[in-house]
Design a protein around this ligand. Structure first.
Ligand code: NAI
Ligand code: 15L
Length: 269
């Protein structure tokens, strides 16, 4: 696939979208932005709901690739998740197929496999082919997105890299995040690798930095050319002093998905 240059970034007004808008142009991309909400300071950004099939089709027309971040990013009622994450992602893939877009980078989540026990001691890292164990309807919608990506590759030759993102924020803010944190700069490196690697078909990767306390295997991400440069360890001493080590008897600390397993944060809208 030729190196993509014009990339549609959905969810551009959100936290990760805002970080990526700042970083991806340095990797050579011209971004077309879409979100349900206006994007601060970017009047030309497309304001559209993924439910609007015509608007979505127009938005994908002429782009080389799509980074799909838009959707509900926390737990919500099944009805809301169905509309935004399941039907919305379907609408985007269908538009991409119709318009001949060759590659999608899909923001999946650790919560697609959030009920997987976290490694302890010398346990092996969680492999990327670990069975799906969603911890929420939100995580379930990410399982759907990954399967949709597989369907569109097998049936239509539309390639996807599904990135099971850990926690991509400027800094880790919890002891759990020390294991799943992806620095924004590593996030941009991983998205760049996902956009440019050859012959990805549908590839699932874990999305994090090269953390000392890593819980999962980064092999399939590295195979795309991803070379993470960051590690959460410099934040460890302060976070552990404030919050304590993970408690082996606390169910909210037992699994990859952390507190999403026991008490997931809710989408506020
Ligand atoms: P966010 O909630 O800050 O941003 C999501 C954006 O999607 C919002 O700006 C919202 O307006 C937009 N959106 C929601 N429904 C929409 C619809 N129907 N049509 C168009 N736009 C819609 O979330 P964040 O943190 O930026 O995450 C971005 C993506 O990455 C999400 O898909 C999330 O599930 C995924 N992800 C993020 C992680 C992180 O650490 N930030 C971790 C794992 C996955
Ligand atoms: C996610 O999937 C959420 O979208 C994000 O807000 C974080 O909570 C992240 O997972 C996490 O697990 O820390």
């Amino acid at each position: 696939m030729p190196t993509p240059r014009t990339v549609l970034l959905t969810g551009a007004a959100g936290g990760l979208g805002t970080l990526m808008r700042g970083l991806l142009p340095d990797h050579g991309y011209a971004l077309r932005l879409l979100d349900l909400r206006p994007v601060d300071g970017v009047p030309e950004a497309i304001v559209a709901d993924l439910a609007d099939k015509d608007a979505v089709r127009e938005a994908v027309r002429g782009v080389d690739a799509i980074i799909h971040l838009a959707g509900i990013s926390l737990e919500a009622s099944f009805d809301k998740i169905l509309r935004a994450n399941i039907e919305g992602t379907y609408n985007l893939y269908e538009a991409a197929r119709q318009e001949g877009v060759g590659r999608v980078v899909f923001a999946s989540s650790n919560h697609a496999v959030g009920c997987t026990p976290r490694p302890r001691g010398d346990d092996p890292l969680i492999p990327v082919d670990t069975p799906r164990r969603p911890d929420t309807f939100y995580g379930l919608s990410k399982c759907f997105g990954e399967d949709l990506a597989q369907l569109y590759w097998d049936k239509h030759g539309l390639e996807t890299v599904s990135v099971r993102i850990g926690s991509c924020f400027p800094e880790p803010t919890s002891v759990r995040m020390l294991s799943v944190w992806m620095s924004p700069a590593d996030g941009a490196r991983l998205f760049h690798a996902a956009l440019t690697a050859e012959n990805v078909g549908h590839t699932v990767v874990h999305g994090s930095s090269a953390n000392t306390r890593l819980w999962w295997d980064l092999g399939s991400a590295r195979a795309l050319g991803y070379d993470p440069q960051d590690d959460s360890e410099p934040y460890a001493e302060k976070l552990i002093a404030e919050q304590g080590e993970l408690d082996p008897d606390n169910p909210a600390h037992a699994c990859l998905g952390g507190h999403f397993v026991t008490d997931p944060p809710r989408w506020p809208y």
